[in-house]
Write a protein that binds this ligand. Sequence first.
Ligand code: FAD
Ligand code: SIN
Length: 525
Amino acid sequence: MRRYYDFLVIGSGLAGLSFALKVAKNGKVAVVSKTKLAETNTSYAQGGIAAVTYAPDKVEKHVQDTLIAGAGLCDEKIVRMVAKEGPGQIEELINWGTEFDREEDGRFDLAKEGGHSEHRILHHKDSTGAEIQRALFEQVQKHADIDVFENYFAVDIITQHHTGRLVKRRHDDIECYGAYCLDIASGRVETFHSKITMMATGGTGNLYSSTTNPKIATGDGIAMVYRAKGTVENMEFVQFHPTSLYNPGEKPAFLITEAMRGFGGVLRTTDGKEFMHHYDNRGSLAPRDIVARAIDNEMKVRGDDFVYLDCTHLDGEKLIEHFPTIHDKCKSLGIDITKDLIPVVPSAHYSCGGIKVNEHACSWINNLYAAGETASSGLHGANRLASNSLIEAIVFADRAANHSINKIESIQFEEGVPEWDDKGVTHPEEMVLITQNYKEMQQIFSVYVGIVRSNLRLKRALDRLEIIYKETEELYRKSTVSVKLCELRNLINVGYLIIKMAMKREESRGLHYNVDYPPKNRLRK
Ligand code: FAD
Ligand code: SIN
């Protein structure tokens, strides 16, 4: 089956849907989503979206906070651009129907999170992402020129590698003509032809056993672009959120938003002692990499499975009013957040690296854009500042929309694209071959490529991953495509990039902490 669209959007989070809404006046749009439209990382976002609104805050302060968190690796031009254009994109979200909390006088109720020098986080209680996703979903459903394909899994993008016209081309001459997408219900792979393709497939959290990310976050876009010989960068910078609820076995790990620390919550070891001041003068509100490492260190030194977040000294009524989702969740486990300490642990949360893009969200493959968590725009550097992800997603989706609208007229559908070839392949005999490798891969990353790394651990991870890689590639060649197999394959590709880039970075910086390259500052003061 062949389908033809001016714009193909892979992913239905904030990046994908906001791009779709913006380009739909200029052509037919397909949005492909591998599960339900709303099952995205975006829907899970709690704390909010960072943008400058009122004095004394100003764009320069947002810029400086982002640069400091990024530990010298941010692209300052991009940081300035996002901080400047962010407020305009907040207006767009509001125009689409997103509601952010306000004070009684109508001004936004702004929260504060780690690494921010001002209150600048717009939020909707503690479920900001769900509110954004709801508003975009309603707009997309109403739009006559947007076709939504739920339960369609993008397997690979189509380039000259498929048309056979890749003769001695330069690396940056690769072009994208659309994508092969598996209709999960029928089991058939369809050919989506497109003039412009937007990769908005989100994060990679499921590389780790414990992650705040939902199941969809398997790095598919990054792996597809890597296989198509696009450019991927900064993958060693994996962000661990310091405070996910300690509830072993729960997937995804439930997040306890950083905004709770911004509200006055304090971290304590299991004997009730504060510890963050031993690590950083900003205490519990230090940037995420520092807090996650400090917690990891305290747990290791003390042999504990978690630390506590203490909110018991705060106004209970206000606490529940601001964090109703967290209150309800904790209550369901017998924890009263107004009276009890909340057990928390770090969990894999965000990929700072990804598909390299320029200031218009153009990837290094022609007519392929990337935005949101799957992209590496230069905003985050070695460590993302809290709540800078949602704002990045919408600013870059907007830039991609403007840029692609200007060039779509000059692009023709490519001829000679073959349909998916699955001759000679069969269903895998045993799914356990896939599920067991998936678990092994998660263990490798959790143990050897976590918050604290070493050269030996990275080497061991690479050796182990190579075995799983070979087994999985062999299975892939012989088997009909399935979501589980493709996701495993994608995560292995992404994991390989993380290890290789981590090995190449012979220093500790931001989120990449290698004990063989001790940072200038000691971990504990
Ligand atoms: P997503 O929203 O993850 O969407 C990805 C889409 O791609 C999904 O629709 C998925 O189905 C689809 N997809 C993936 N692979 C394929 C494929 N092969 N074929 C078809 N479809 C595919 N950031 C903030 O700025 N502020 C916050 O408060 C905040 N809180 C967070 C809380 C949690 C618990 C989590 C997990 C993240 C949080 N983040 C936050 C990070 C932020 O939510 C994400 O980085 C951001 O939403 C990513 O948006 P996106 O559009 O790039 O991807
Ligand atoms: C949180 O609410 O703590 C998550 C914010 C983020 O990931 O930016």
